[in-house]
Design a protein around this ligand. Sequence first.
Ligand SMILES: [Zn+2]
Length: 330
Amino acid sequence: MKTTNDRARRPERRSLLRGAVMLAVLCASFLPARAASPAAPLKVVATIPDLADFARRIGGDRVEVKALSKGTENLHNVHVRPSMLIALTRADVFLEMGLSMEAAWLPEMLVRSGNDDIQPGAAGFQNCSDGWEAIEVPDDLSRREGHLHPEGNPHFNIDPKGGLQMAAKVHEALVRVDPAGKETYDANFATTKDAIEEAAERWAKIGAKWKGRKVCVYHTEYNYLARRYGMDVAASIEPQPGIPPTPGDIAKVVKTMREQEVGVILTAAWSNNRQVKDIARKTGATVLELPNQVGGADWASDWIALQDGIHERVAKALGTWEEDEGSPKQ
Ligand SMILES: [Zn+2]
């Protein structure tokens, strides 16, 4: 038998139910998307456009890809936008370069996304530097602190051999999270590998003329490229990665460049500053501003185009360029 009290509670119950439904709807909207099927593409979020390029190549129409950083940004200091958090909240796969490249802006946002599927250790999380042998690893703990490369140089996307590393890691993550797409991912990875290897043959011919040539860099993002071809990075304008040079540091760089007759300074757009111009004026060196990721220049539309463009521009700055050396597609 219904009492007066029961009737009185009904509106309260309805209100509680309404509240619970609203809460469930709200929660559902923040939950990660379900695993991909051909009808619902796998949502892939990459920190940099280079990784996004490989995710698109290998994932094909099974994936929907977003890069967090724009190609023109300082990779160590990407401007955090609300749209990034939304993308991470919904992601099935997350790709980072690792080696502390994104340490200053990413980890807190990853936690805030509340998406358990893409936290470190989860199947959807991929550190694309796993298995990569970094150069310039600080040899003791005290030298790891206070600068941006505590685990060694993270800019392996500028290494002509870095493409295969990134592609392999992206392929591995896609197969792990979406095994139903393995056949597609395997086929696209094979095509990507062939394209990289074909391009690497023309890059090797261009770079073979750079052995022993001396360059100066601002940050150390071109050091993998230099090392690959036996170039000598005679001076770095930053005394440590991310630490601005003092007037004393600049004087030392100028002295080294004069003594060793270094004629080219390689720099990214975001570090092509007054100090670089000052050093160029004092030494007579040419400043070559290069992108340090895909999208950093209008010609760097994908990773192979980025490498083609960098090889051509460095060769021209060093005076080794021959007109028939470029990509047949350019
Ligand atoms: Zn760096």
